[in-house]
Structure formats: C-alpha cells, structure tokens
Write a protein that binds this ligand. Structure first.
Ligand SMILES: C[S@@+](CC[C@H](N)C(=O)[O-])C[C@H]1O[C@@H](n2cnc3c(N)ncnc32)[C@H](O)[C@@H]1O
Length: 295
C-alpha cells in the first residue's frame, strides 16, 4: 500500500497574498478591480450586527438607524482615506462610526440633542480604537442652516438617510407597539424644524430637496451623494418616495447614476391585507446614487 502524502497545511501567513493594485488613474477610491466589481451589483443584502450584538444597544435607541457596515461599503467606494464625508441627518452617528473605522473625516448634523449625545457616546464606546475617531464631528442644529455654513468644494461625499416624511407617526403595526412597550422613541422629536413633522408630502419633499440641494455647493464637482430611503404606504396608496426624491433633486444638478436595492431579509412579515387585498410587506430600501454635475 502506498502511503498517502499528508496534505500540506495551509497557513494564512505562508499564502502569498495578491498585491493590491489600484488603477493609477482612479480618482474615486482605493479599490482594486476585484474589490470594485461587486459594489456595482444593483442588489445588496442589508448587513446588520444582529439585535443581540453588544454594539446594537445604542443604535436601538433610535427609531430608524441604518447599518454602519452598509455605510462603510459606500464610503470605501466613493472616497479615499482622509476624504471628507457629510451626513446632514446623522441620527445616532452610524456614518461617523463608519468614517472612524475607515479612516475618513466625518461631519454629521442632527437636530435632536439626545441623538447628538448618543452619537458621541457611541463613538467612544464602539470606535475608540479606530485611528480616525478624533476626526469625527457632530454639529447640533437644523440641517437647513448648518449646510449653508459649509465652504464651497470641501466635501468628497454626502451620505444620508433622511426622515421618510411623517411615516413614523403613521406606522401602526406590531413593531411600533413593541417600541412603546420597551419605552423606546417612536418619533424623532416634537421640534417644528424636524422634517419628520411636516404633514404635507409636497412641502416635505421641497424642504428635503432644499437641504440636499444645498449640499451641491460644498460637494466637489463630479463627486457623489448616496441617499438611503424606502418607499412606503399611505393608507392604501403606495408612495414611490425614491422616485419623487430623485425628481426633486435633479434641478439642483444632482443626476441619478444608479439605484441599489438593499434587501432587508431580517424583517418580519405581517398579514396586512389578508384575505381581502394586496398590501405589500416592504422589505427593501433603495440607495439613490447621484452625481454632482455642477461645473
Ligand atoms: C432616518 S434618521 C437618520 C438615522 C441615521 N442614519 C442613523 O443611523 O442613526 C433621520 C434623522 O434626521 C433628524 N432630523 C430631522 N429633521 C432634521 C433637521 N431639520 N436637521 C437635522 N436633523 C434632522 C432626526 O432627528 C433623525 O435622527
């Protein structure tokens, strides 16, 4: 019998890694072609930390945070190290945490002082080891005013998830009841300046368009903006918020370059219309990818 040669043990340290080759003319990011390609696929699975992760505790105090890992992906694609990133509706600071981890300079605006304090606490607790934690800045106030104070051509990327009209006031299913039972916020604030408190949909779109449109001046030419939104139901009407927002942003010089579907696999399914009518369980968000076309 011929003795079998033992399989060579594969040790990560001994496997020669592929040299990281970034195209010398790439003005956008520091990705290799292999890293670049999957980011252009138009459907992503949303990647959260999971409700029981110790770092999910602060995030849970906000009614609508986005996942910092998805934000990290976008930041890695649309900026280089030390790039300047703005989130005009920063909530509990998911964007700033991603910037700290990825070595970018983040600026966040937030109206509600409670979320400003939670953002600072989160950076200390969840990103204290990140080299760029001291580069993050959260400014308290109304984004309408704060955006005007930014200097021209100083931002490399804008990424945000704004209020979805006054939809938090309308949500009527069990998920909202669970938040009430756990004494968690079910709306952002009672502040008049809060975009989530505008009752008229067209007035809301105009106010949101005004804030994002004003980012065009500080955003460098040809740079990008990513806006994460979801469509929603208003009674029996289906509102295509993503399309309405793209239409409102166009006159500001923000042109759509792509739309990524963010599939929220973890969401629970509710029998809303059963057995009488079709009522969708909306289990995706959209990432609007826009480019600043100002000269
Ligand atoms: C969808 S949440 C953003 C959540 C954030 N992406 C996160 O992961 O924590 C929208 C945020 O916009 C804030 N907001 C609403 N109106 C605002 C305004 N006029 N200026 C600044 N922030 C505002 C709300 O307080 C809320 O925290």
């Amino acid at each position: 019998m011929v003795a079998r040669k033992p399989k060579a043990k594969v040790d990560d340290a001994t496997v020669p890694s592929e040299p990281k080759v970034v195209h010398p003319k790439n003005p956008l990011n520091e990705l290799t072609s292999t890293e670049w390609l999957p980011e252009t696929v138009s459907v992503w699975n949303q990647r959260g930390l999971g409700a029981n992760h110790p770092d999910a505790a602060i995030e849970r105090e906000h009614p609508a945070p986005f996942s910092y890992t998805d934000v990290s992906r976008l930041i890695r694609f649309f900026t280089k190290r030390e790039g300047v990133v703005l989130d005009p509706f920063v909530g509990v600071g998911s964007t700033l945490k991603a910037c700290a981890v990825e070595g970018r300079r983040g600026i966040g605006f937030e109206l509600n002082p409670k979320y400003v304090a939670l953002t600072k606490k989160r950076l200390k607790k969840e990103a204290s080891n990140a080299e760029a934690v001291d580069w993050q800045e959260v400014r308290k106030g109304d984004a309408r005013k704060l955006v005007q104070a930014l200097d021209e051509n100083t931002l490399d990327f804008v990424i945000t998830s704004p209020p979805y009209w006054n939809i938090l006031h309308k949500e009527d299913h069990k998920a909202k009841q669970e938040r009430i039972d756990n004494q968690l916020d079910t709306r952002y604030s009672n502040d008049k300046a809060d975009l989530g408190n505008i009752d008229d949909y067209e007035a809301f779109l105009e106010a949101l368009g005004g804030i994002l449109g004003a980012c065009v001046k500080p955003l460098r030419p040809k740079k990008y903006m990513a806006v994460i939104v979801s469509d929603f139901r208003d009674k029996s009407n289906y509102i295509m918020f993503h399309a309405d927002l793209a239409r409102v942003l166009r006159p500001y010089g923000l042109e759509m370059r792509g739309l990524t579907v963010l599939y929220q696999r973890h969401k629970r399914i509710f029998p809303y219309g059963y057995p009488y009518a079709f009522v969708p369980n909306i289990h995706n968000q959209f990432i609007l990818l826009l480019q600043n076309t100002k000269k």
